[in-house]
Design a protein around this ligand. Structure first.
Ligand code: UD1
Length: 417
């Protein structure tokens, strides 16, 4: 197992490029199950979760090749079984459920694992697919779904679920008749999936709003598709500029999809602007000061940036409050930040952060993907050396993070734990 050793206190400076979006690439790759023809995907990030998805797609019968951020898939004889060994490492594996059911009328998928950030049920996926005519049983930890062709339905989600909306978009694209998804997730990654499906012949309207209408078609035929840039990786780099008192130009930064995040960084005292070379981010002259953040579904502040902004708040000159409203167990970075000298108190869904003058390097343990990013940020700003252990979480979601940060002045070493 690897760890990162970070020498803190160096202001970052230079240009850093954002990779393709993990959370857009995952559902789009699963959508290859729906296709009658080969697909070519460009700008696919080189990440552990992508490799897991390709392994799973191969087990499901597709041929997949991956080289230099390009993934080619070819249809094959589909096998509708997603085994536990793969699914347990990545919650997004459940995204094969909708495509398999709509193509084959059956699917056996292990209940998903993934990040330890709460119970994260898939009841909304199941309930919605049942409304489209599927029946489900639970056997040995596997969900077994059957149907004789899915049919369109009017589905109202209890909450906007990103994965649920994506699973249903894919299922409905080849179902019989019209499906209406109400209270659908509006995240840019859902929109990217819808755009890909439309480019393959799907009939979808309303993506990016909370009501999506899908008219099922007989078949889908893929085109070459380029995955959108990763807004959370981009947001993490903005945070790296702010927390180190540095100045970074961020290339391929999806500015409009990050507007809520950028507004909050500006409230914290950062200067962020669009330039012809990318988004320029710097810490303001007066340093960082406190603000309040509440995580919400898009276009609200993303839960996937909560841990990172908290690292900045921990060295702000005044207090901040963070309310986590999406996941119930997403403050696992807090005890580790406290080990580095942060002053944070948690009460239920709320964290109160009293800024300190500086953090101190320490041995810390990453517990989930975004918590790991928060600890790397804290390490970049801290006085002394920080060892971030269990970085396999980080490798699931950030491509070559230490190489990218070292190229703009950071001193990070990857070592065996
Ligand atoms: C996706 C993202 C993840 C992000 C999250 C919220 C991917 C691969 N992952 O996760 O990085 O943090 O969106 O923006 O895109 N819920 C239920 N029942 C369900 C489904 C969800 O109760 O059937 C709840 C969840 O427990 C959570 C909330 O709904 O509290 C949102 O979850 P959801 O949007 O589904 O997140 P994911 O798709 O798993």
């Amino acid at each position: 197992m690897d760890k990162l050793r970070i020498e803190g206190g160096i202001p970052l400076s230079g240009t850093i490029t954002v990779s393709g979006s993990k959370n857009a690439a995952l559902p789009i790759l699963f959508a290859a199950i729906l296709m009658d023809s080969p697909c070519s995907f460009l700008n696919v990030p080189n990440l552990e979760d992508i490799r897991t998805t390709l392994r799973l797609l191969r087990m499901l019968g597709l041929s997949c090749e991956c080289e230099d951020h390009v993934v080619q898939t070819e249809p094959g004889n589909l096998i509708p079984e997603a085994p536990y060994d793969l699914v347990r490492t990545m919650r997004a594996s459940v995204l094969c459920l909708g495509p398999l059911l709509t193509r084959l009328g059956r699917a056996r998928v292990s209940l998903p694992g993934g990040c330890a950030i709460g119970a994260r049920p898939v009841d909304q996926h199941i309930k919605a697919l049942e409304q489209m005519g599927a029946r489900f049983d639970l056997e040995g930890g596997d969900i077994i779904g059957r149907c004789s062709g899915l049919r369109g339905a009017h589905i109202v989600f209890d909450m906007p679920t990103v994965g649920g909306t994506e699973n249903l978009l894919m299922a409905a694209a080849l179902a019989k008749g019209r499906t209406i998804l109400e209270n659908a997730a509006r995240e840019p990654e859902v929109v990217d999936l819808a755009r890909f499906l439309i480019s393959c012949g799907a009939r979808i309207e309303g993506h990016g709003t909370s009501v999506i209408v899908i008219d099922g078609v007989q078949s889908l035929s893929a085109q070459t598709y380029s995955i959108m840039p990763d807004r959370i990786e981009a947001g993490t780099f903005l945070a790296a500029a702010g927390i180190t008192g540095g100045k970074l130009t961020i290339k391929n930064c999806p500015y409009s999809e990050l507007e809520t995040v950028i507004n909050k960084f500006q409230e914290l005292g950062m200067q962020i602007s669009q330039t012809p070379d990318g988004v320029l981010a710097a810490c303001g002259k007066a340093g960082l000061h406190g603000t309040d953040v509440k995580t919400q579904p898009y276009p609200g502040f993303p839960t996937d940036m909560q841990a990172q902004i908290m690292a900045l708040m921990s060295i702000a000159s005044s207090s901040s409050i963070v309310e986590e409203r999406i996941f119930e167990n997403r403050f696992m970075h807090v005890p580790e930040l406290i080990r580095m000298g942060a002053q944070i108190k948690i009460a239920g869904h709320t964290a109160m952060i009293r800024g300190v003058s500086h953090l101190r390097g320490a041995q810390v343990m990453a517990s989930d993907l975004r918590a790991s990013a928060s600890l790397v940020l804290a390490g970049l700003a801290a006085h002394g050396i920080t060892d971030v252990r269990r970085i396999y979480h980080l490798d699931r979601g950030y491509e070559r993070i230490e190489e990218k940060l070292n190229a703009v002045g950071a001193r990070i070493e990857r070592l065996q734990q």
